[in-house]
Design a protein around this ligand. Structure first.
Ligand code: GLA
Length: 764
């Protein structure tokens, strides 16, 4: 690992365990050009790659045709307006209304460690699982560039972490001139790839269908995704990967970019006239205009870039590692849930919706306790006059008609029953029918004189204003301080619209979207400072804000309001392409499922939820005795496998989304001594009732003892009884195992099974 400056060649080189990244200064202009990102290479002089002298004319030799250079070169941080007609990273407008920009090298610095980014979530430098203060395992390169005519200074930051095949980038702007500048666009990362046949992979969705995988061929032109909803959104996740056309799950090259931000974003892949691809990511310029006064600084959020030469799976595992070790719970790395099992919770939303009182909750808690569940979460409806989603957001006072005797009394009763207590809040919102709105109608984001667009009958509070954040936080803090509360589900049930703030000056209205996100980060940061052991679960109408920015505050995020275990297969597959399993909020819920109407065996619902945080979302007092009796065993299963699921390497084997038949995945411990395979049969095939499944991620030379919770494995004699068999890793990965879907245990719809693999050397 290391960052080097090759002085003679004026090249910067970043090496991760398996990748290299090279950019360099090209004189006499001092352009910073991108040279290489890919498999690890030597410290050679590769300036020839930039083709500066083979372009029609290099700029210093021929200013007459300078545009031929600008529109073709690979820029490290491309600008717009002066002759590069591809999409660029920056648009800074002067008070005269001009916005051309050209950046030239000023200086650079290589640091041990990694500076934080003021006000924003960011990856951090500590040994995995350790606390700060230990020796740094991170290096940072800062390259400063400037644009003389505007006085704009741009500093590019690049950090690498020991043992991690990722590079983290961010950008800082400073107005070093004497007049105001208006920043209309500031993206955080660019990668430039030589011509080749490539696909772009993104995660798209909608409410109840988040993060489905989309793969599309890149052709000439621009493929672009993004959000202008003020949150990262259900529709598009702030992730984009560019892969060779032949890249598969475990083979081939892929570049993944993930944006550590929770607001508007853009990501694009542009195929130029020469067949090269420029990939960009950053804050969406639509709706963004930031006034940068002389001497002021603007920090753009960071992008995690992962290169894998071993397919999509390896890219995912690298994202999981860097997020688990260097991002999650960064707001409070001492938080006890950062890297430990989370309590198995039961949430009352699908059990009661708004129709509950303290007696009902205590009844659920008592029954839950008997079955091994560890925490009760009281969802929406406990405050103000909230009897439906039409009112009371902002009135963060306990409704004593429902919670009789107050919150402390309820929480004490739940604690006495043996459970921890968690609570739902939606701090960013205000209902028109609320005391808060009656008192402060100007606190909602709105365009004066225009009827605001309601969604779920609510407006969004103007969190760009500190006094509003302060007031909401003091109300929430009072509630959380009044009782022994271990968990908060932080919801956000509508996107932003009608972008206007009653407080911002007219030339700063374009700052509202970003200032709003900064306000959200600020209040979440305060919450974790005041309640350091709180388990925070982010949620936005399900998974509308499932992004790396949120993971800095909450180690888990509710994946989707679609809790149907079969629908969840695609949602969880897409989510796990970028995000660790430990972050995926997943529960066993009621059936027929409230969203799809489908009934899936209770057991299968448990297997699917096991791939995430695991918990329950049903009325435990009303389900059948047979199902209730299965809960204790499921909780035991969670405790047995959670360590592996939370910390292991994830391998996808088959995808129901692709094959229409079954879904399967594995989690393998880092030392490859233990593995868990989950197999879900979705569709039975009358003509073929057995499946050969090839495993992955095992040590090829280790013998593994196989045990399965069902009698479905076949031996070579055709007899059942593979359970207890020992096979070598290479056999399991290449020849595979035979699953008999005709076995009585697997008959019927939507059956699942778990296979436990333990290395023999661990058993002796
Ligand atoms: C959102 C969440 C649900 C539930 C409701 C409460 O839709 O995703 O889980 O908390 O809000 O109103």
């Amino acid at each position: 690992m290391g960052i080097k400056y090759l002085e003679k060649e004026r090249l910067f080189k970043l090496d991760t365990p398996n990748s290299s990244y090279v950019c360099g200064i090209f004189d006499p202009e001092g352009f910073l050009l991108h040279l290489y990102y890919g498999k690890k290479i030597g410290d050679d002089d590769i300036r020839y790659i930039a083709q500066v002298y083979t372009y029609p004319f290099s700029p210093d030799k021929n200013n007459r045709d300078r545009g031929m250079f600008l529109d073709r070169a690979f820029f490290e941080y491309p600008t717009e307006g002066v002759g590069d007609y591809r999409q660029g990273c920056i648009d800074a407008e002067t008070v005269n209304g001009h916005s051309g920009c050209s950046l030239h090298y000023v200086n650079h610095q290589i640091l041990k460690g990694k500076p934080g980014i003021a006000g924003l979530p960011a990856t951090f430098d500590v040994m995995p699982g350790a606390v700060s203060g230990e020796e740094s395992i991170c290096e940072t390169l800062m390259i400063t560039l400037n644009d003389d005519p505007t006085g704009l200074t741009v500093t590019l930051f690049y950090s690498i972490f020991e043992g991690v095949d990722a590079i983290v980038r961010s950008v800082r702007l400073e107005n070093s001139g004497t007049s105001d500048l208006f920043i209309n666009k500031v993206l955080s990362a660019c990668i430039e790839l030589e011509e080749g046949k490539r696909d772009v992979i993104t995660l798209h969705g909608s409410w109840a269908r988040e993060r489905n995988i989309e793969r599309t061929a890149i052709s000439k032109g621009i493929y672009s995704i993004g959000s202008i909803k003020g949150e990262s959104s259900h529709q598009m996740n702030p992730f984009m990967a560019v892969a060779d056309r032949n890249t598969t799950r475990e083979q081939g090259e892929i570049y993944g970019l993930s944006f550590v931000y929770s607001g508007n974003f853009t990501a694009s892949a542009e195929c130029s006239q020469f067949g090269s691809t420029r990939v960009l990511m950053g804050i969406n310029p639509k709706g963004f205009r930031w006034k940068l006064e002389p001497g002021y600084v603007f920090n753009a959020p960071e992008v995690i870039m992962v290169y894998s030469a071993q397919g999509i799976g390896q890219m995912s595992r690298t994202f999981h590692d860097i997020m688990r070790d260097h991002l999650i719970s960064g707001a409070n790395i001492h938080n006890k849930y950062r890297n430990s099992p989370r309590p198995v919770l039961i949430n009352n939303w699908e059990a009661t919706y708004f129709d509950f009182d303290s007696d009902k909750l205590i009844a659920i808690a008592k029954e839950a306790a008997k079955n091994g569940i560890e925490m009760l979460v009281m969802d929406d409806g406990w405050f103000g006059k909230r009897s439906s989603d039409d009112m009371a957001l902002g009135d963060w006072y306990v409704n004593e008609d429902k919670i009789r005797g107050g919150l402390k009394k309820l929480v004490d009763a739940v604690r006495t029953a043996g459970l921890k207590f968690g609570i739902w809040i939606e701090p960013e919102m205000i209902s028109p029918d609320s005391d808060l709105y009656r008192e402060h109608p100007d606190w909602a984001i709105a365009i004066p004189g225009r009827t605001g667009t309601l969604m779920r009958n609510q407006y969004v509070l103007d969190f760009s204003r500190k006094e509003i954040v302060d007031e909401i936080y003091s109300r929430i803090k009072a509630v959380l301080s009044s009782a022994d509360i271990s968990y908060v589900k932080w919801d956000m049930n509508r996107p932003l619209s009608d972008i206007g703030s009653y407080a911002l000056e007219s030339d700063r209205q374009g700052e509202l979207f970003h200032r709003y996100v900064l306000g959200v980060y600020d209040i979440m940061g305060r919450l974790l400072e005041d309640f350091p052991d709180l388990l925070l679960e982010n949620c936005s109408g399900g998974g509308g804000r499932f992004d790396p920015g949120m993971l800095y505050y909450s180690p888990q995020i509710w994946c989707s309001d679609d809790t149907d275990a079969i629908e969840r297969l695609a949602i969880q597959e897409g989510t796990s392409m970028v995000y660790p399993l430990s972050t995926m909020g997943a529960h066993v819920s009621d059936c027929p499922n409230h969203v799809t109407g489908r009934t899936v065996p209770f057991e299968t619902r448990g297997y699917v939820a096991l791939a995430g945080t695991f918990g329950y979302e049903l009325d435990i007092t009303r389900i059948s005795q047979e199902e209730r009796d299965m809960i204790a065993g499921q909780v035991e299963m969670y405790h047995k496998y959670n360590e592996l699921v939370r910390t292991g390497d994830h391998y996808r084997l088959t995808s129901y989304r692709e094959n229409g038949l079954n879904d399967s995945w594995m989690v393998v411990s880092k030392d490859r001594s233990k593995a868990l395979l989950t197999y879900i049969k979705v569709m039975a095939r009358p003509f073929k009732r057995s499946v050969v499944l090839k495993l992955d991620g095992l040590d090829p030379n280790k013998d593994y003892r196989i045990s399965c919770d069902k009698d479905v494995l076949c031996t070579d004699t055709g007899e059942r009884g593979g359970n207890g068999l020992t096979l070598r890793g290479d056999t399991l990965m290449n020849a595979g195992i035979l699953i008999n879907e005709d076995s009585s245990d697997m008959k019927g719809d939507f059956r699942g099974l778990l296979i436990d693999l333990t290395a023999e050397d661990l058993l002796v």
